[in-house]
Every structure is written in C-alpha cells, then in structure tokens.
Ligand binder design. Structure first.
Ligand code: SF4
Ligand code: SF4
Length: 176
C-alpha cells in the first residue's frame, strides 16, 4: 500500500493526532536514522499545498502527481539540511536527529511566538495536545531569512520521545 492510499487511524481522523502506526510510513529506516538528521512531514490532510516540494534543494520531497497529494520524502535524497522546516505554512515539518550516542535526540520545531527562547535555555517540552513531557534544552535558534519569519528551534530531548514531543513552552520567571 502506498502512502496516498494508506489506512489512517480513527484517532487521526477524529482528533488530527497521529498514532505511531500513522507515522510509520513517513519515517526512514533504522539504517537511515543512524546517518544523521532527517525531515519528518506530518501533513495528513489532502490539501492543495506544495511549498515543501519547492523548498527542498535536493528534490527529496517526491513530485506531486496531484496538488492535493500527501507529501512523501525520499530518504535516499534527504540530507537533513532542514530548509523545508520553516517553509511549511502548516508548521507540519520537523527535523529529527537520532544519530547520537547519549540516548538523546534533537528535534527542530517551527516556532512563531515571541519572544524567542535563547540557546541554552531550559523549556517545557510539550506533546501534541500541549501536555508537558518534561524539560528540554534549547540547542539552536535559527531564522533563515528576513522574508520568512518562521524561526526554527532545536531541542535536545530523550530519544524515546521523538514521536511525542512536538512543541515547547518557555518557562515563566517563577518556574526557572
Ligand atoms: S531536510 Fe533538506 S533535504 Fe530533507 S526534505 Fe527537507 S529540505 Fe529536503
Ligand atoms: S508545505 Fe506543509 S502544509 Fe503544505 S503540503 Fe507541504 S507539508 Fe503539507
């Protein structure tokens, strides 16, 4: 079954929150995960949109047969450059790097709130419903261009949470 015709869970249909089974077809192999960062596109609605395709300089996002197709990455071509992350208007692309020896991973998240966090800051890592999953350290804050105001923030997180953590909240003054 290809990704366009895959079965989706009741949970994803009802709440928009994917299960691990929903995510599986969009993840690279374990071998590819050991080769460095990869993009994970979590765009499950068939919407007429394709900036992810044009944003990738390596043609890693497969060509759409139809503008409503679900984007799919060719992990043989994805270099993990991260350029697609700030270009998605739906904030649906994440960059994950599990290629570490310390049991941790990094996740790069598109972030459109101000003020921005600072490198080294401890923040609350949140799951898809906004619940706190634990603390995370901000390891990079990057804005690619003046034209694109979406900043990308990279967090250091436990590796077992790479499919869970999708956002963060800065700590209040009294939480620091
Ligand atoms: S991370 Fe880079 S190479 Fe991979 S899909 Fe995104 S833009 Fe393309
Ligand atoms: S740019 Fe984002 S919202 Fe648009 S198709 Fe690609 S992943 Fe989906």
């Amino acid at each position: 079954m290809d990704n366009q015709n895959r079965k989706i869970s009741r949970q994803l249909t009802k709440s928009g929150i994917p299960t691990k089974t929903d995510l599986k077809p969009f993840l690279p192999s374990s071998k590819r995960k050991r080769k460095g960062a990869y993009a994970l596109i979590e765009c499950f609605e068939e919407i007429p949109c394709d900036p992810c395709f044009s944003a990738c300089p390596f043609k890693s996002v497969k060509e759409f047969a139809n503008l409503n197709d679900i984007p799919v990455i060719d992990f043989k071509k994805c270099t993990g450059c991260g350029l697609c992350v700030p270009e998605c208007p739906g904030l649906a692309i994440f960059l994950i790097n599990e290629d570490r020896d310390d049991g941790k991973a990094t996740i790069t998240i598109p972030y459109e709130f101000l003020p921005l966090p600072e490198k080294g800051e401890q923040v609350w890592a949140l799951n898809r419903v906004g619940e706190i999953e634990g603390e995370a350290k901000v390891v990079e804050v990057k804005t690619y261009s003046k034209k694109n105001h979406t900043t990308v923030v990279t967090l250091l997180i436990p590796r077992e949470k790479v499919l869970t953590i999708r956002h963060f909240r800065r700590k209040d003054q009294n939480e620091r």
